[in-house]
Design a protein around this ligand. Structure first.
Ligand SMILES: NC(=O)c1ccc[n+]([C@@H]2O[C@H](COP(=O)([O-])OP(=O)(O)OC[C@H]3O[C@@H](n4cnc5c(N)ncnc54)[C@H](O)[C@@H]3O)[C@@H](O)[C@H]2O)c1
Length: 361
């Protein structure tokens, strides 16, 4: 790594000022259409590709659409692609930029709490394949990540809460300052308070950066960031978030504003996965019941779900396709206590038994 990840992070006061040094003619923005409507004034004058919002955009057909638009605009090897949106946009922009012309410069303006505290950081740029999460991707670090907390002023409550799921995950993994901050700042203290939100993003980003700088390629330590994701990703896939729909269909749905709110967001799925992981740790005698209670209390504070009605057999079908599976076992991230989260090889059969038994409790 030539430049430290920490050096790519910028907390900014004005997107316009930050963009002032970037060559407009060889730059393309990839922007979520909701974000364009709400915050497009900050990026006027740049070429842009707009995509509808939603997880279903993270797929190959959309990658091809973006590449065609980059070619059309004549973006060359010295060009820059800037993703402006939530985790869907940052994942897509990072993926396209790291494969287009074998890699061009790229940067992000994350606009959701989840993207500011997690998705935009660390260089994982993935798209889904059918209903399977993040099956295709690269690990390439962006040239910059520009945090402008004022973007969060328009974020719907549910999306704010969804971002808090990844923040809570970081607090479970790391304990420390972030956990103290959460204890001292209730939801009402954070909402609408840009200074506190900035502090929250800084602390959460710090947790992720510290881990990724030690283990960029996920040989060991970084796997801990997947806490809650084995079960969470299975739930997400089954909630049909990733089911392929035509690009044009998604655009039409988005125009008609018919987004299906019964679908779980990424953060909601992570919250459920984290609680179930903690319950499994208690069942195995690795954690105290208090851990589950504390995680649930944080989830309740942000209206996050803590259980799923999905049948264990269905979850297992998806878990079998998980990247972390190794024949009959899976690298499972087991929380022992706040600040003590370990990687454990867990037999799939045992995981299935836990899920079945917990479904009946
Ligand atoms: N690469 C990584 O390391 C990593 C880590 C965590 C999550 N992710 C990925 O991130 C994605 C989830 O990201 P997300 O939760 O940001 O979802 P998202 O990108 O779908 O955004 C959520 C919603 O918020 C809207 N939105 C965005 N910014 C807004 C703003 N400022 N005001 C109002 N509305 C706004 C969007 O239009 C969308 O409807 C998932 O695909 C997940 O896999 C990636």
């Amino acid at each position: 790594m030539s430049i430290s990840i920490k050096q790519t992070l910028h907390f900014i006061d004005s997107p316009e000022e930050f963009l002032a040094d970037i060559a407009v003619q060889n730059t393309m923005l990839l922007i979520d259409e909701n974000v364009l409507k709400l915050h497009g004034k900050h990026v006027e004058g740049f070429n842009s590709i707009t995509i509808p919002s939603g997880e279903s955009q993270k797929r190959m057909e959309v990658v091809e659409y973006i590449i065609a638009a980059l070619l059309d605009a004549g973006i060359d090897r010295n060009g820059t692609l800037i993703g402006i949106g939530g985790g869907v946009v940052t994942d897509l922009a990072g993926f396209v930029a790291s494969v287009y012309l074998r890699g061009i410069n790229f940067g992000f303006f994350p606009t959701t709490l989840l993207a500011m505290c997690d998705a935009s950081i660390g260089g994982k740029n993935g798209i889904n394949f059918g209903a399977f999460k993040n099956m295709v991707g690269t690990i390439t670090q962006p040239n910059f990540i520009a945090f402008y907390p004022a973007f969060l002023s328009t974020l719907p409550n549910r999306e704010f809460n969804s971002g808090m799921a990844e923040v809570i995950k970081h607090a479970v993994i790391n304990g420390g300052e972030l956990q103290k901050f959460l204890q001292g700042n209730e939801r009402t203290a954070l909402l609408g308070n840009p200074e506190k939100l900035k502090a929250l993003c800084q602390l959460a980003a710090e947790v992720k950066v510290t881990v990724v700088e030690k283990d960029e390629r996920e040989a060991g330590l970084r796997k801990r960031l997947n806490l809650g994701h084995t079960i969470g990703h299975a739930i997400e896939a089954l909630n049909d978030l990733t089911a392929p729909v035509g690009f044009l269909q998604a655009r039409a749905e988005s125009k008609a504003n018919t987004s299906v709110t019964s679908k779980k967001t990424h953060g909601e799925c992570v919250a459920i996965g984290m609680v179930l992981a903690a319950r499994i740790a208690v069942r195995k005698g690795l954690a105290k019941e208090q851990l589950v209670e504390e995680i649930i209390a944080y989830c309740n504070a942000y209206d996050l779900p803590i259980k799923t009605e999905i049948k264990p057999e269905l979850l297992m079908e998806k878990i079998l396709k998980d990247k972390k599976r190794k024949s009959a076992e899976i690298d499972f991230i087991m929380p022992h206590s706040f600040g003590d989260v370990r990687i454990m090889s867990l037999e799939l059969k045992e995981l299935e038994n836990h899920l079945k038994e917990m479904a009946n409790e």
